[in-house]
Design a protein around this ligand. Structure first.
Ligand SMILES: Nc1ncnc2c1ncn2[C@@H]1O[C@H](COP(=O)(O)OP(=O)(O)O)[C@@H](O)[C@H]1O
Ligand SMILES: [Mg+2]
Length: 247
């Protein structure tokens, strides 16, 4: 569904070109998931923007077959603090010109699906981080995307909330048959959520390895030996890549 073919990206600064991404090639299959992992500053967000069509490569190409609707969830939830949860979730539908009644029904349904029933009239500031992230996800899902691009969506959450939301993302992908591209700096998150894991080198980012991870979505994967071994494998690949904490 998505193909990156020898894509290069530079940023110009003070008249000089700085390479950000070099020779990036991989594919993401329809209705599968792809996790992009790599050290801080290696170009993960830039790569996500390339895939989402928000940036153009300087060389090579990014191709998406068909013209799928997509949704994007950025690192900080990007909710409007002065709008209620209901209004935040319905935003994309209002922009599409959908009628009020339909929007209300759709948002109510999403509130239930995302475990936010009864919080529609709250403001984002009255919710926990995990709940705010659910709102951001509901807003992205409202427009029924075929592809969901997520940039470190869970990085600011505590470990347990994070695992719960990882489970939710996994469930939603399977139920709604969505293709997911997720940027993360967490090895466990990449292994839990990525059918395919693209491992990037330190800056400028190039593909160190493409790891297929077919067990994703199997029952109790997080507790299994293969999960553990896949995490060890990724840790080995990333060793020596200046793998600092994301900021
Ligand atoms: N608008 C920009 N102008 C110049 N350099 C940028 C810009 N955005 C990102 N960069 C640089 O590109 C590199 C990759 O950034 P980014 O894609 O945000 O990395 P990551 O998400 O992996 O932390 C970094 O070195 C960053 O400083
Ligand atoms: Mg980033």
């Amino acid at each position: 569904m998505i193909t990156a073919a020898s894509a290069y990206l530079n940023f110009s600064h003070a008249g000089n070109d700085h390479p950000v991404l070099r020779d990036i090639s991989f594919q993401v299959e329809r209705q599968s998931s792809c996790a992009i992992i790599g050290p801080s500053g290696c170009g993960k967000t830039s790569l996500l923007f390339l895939l989402a069509g928000l940036l153009q490569p300087d060389n090579g190409s990014i191709t998406i077959t068909g013209q799928p609707r997509s949704g994007t969830i950025l690192q900080h939830f990007g909710l409007f603090p002065w709008k209620t949860v209901h209004e935040n979730i319905g935003l994309g539908l209002v922009l599409k010109g959908m009628g009020k009644k339909l929007i209300r029904e759709k948002v109510e349904q999403l509130l239930i699906e995302m475990g936010l029933s009864g919080f529609g009239s709250h403001y984002p500031g009255q919710l926990s981080g995990g709940m705010q992230q659910r709102v951001a996800m509901a807003r992205a899902l409202a427009v029924e995307p075929q592809i969901l691009f997520m940039d470190e969506p869970l990085s600011s959450l505590d470990a347990l909330t994070r695992e719960r939301l990882q489970n939710l993302i996994q469930e939603i992908r399977q139920k709604k048959k969505i293709t997911i591209v997720l940027v993360t700096h967490s090895i466990e998150e990449a292994v839990f959520l990525g059918c395919r894991i693209i491992v990037l080198s330190g800056r400028p980012g190039r593909v160190l390895r493409i790891v297929d991870n077919p067990e994703v979505g199997s029952a109790d994967y997080r507790q299994s030996d293969s999960f553990f071994h896949r995490c060890v494998e990724l840790r080995e690949i990333l060793k020596g890549e200046d793998y600092g904490q994301e900021t």
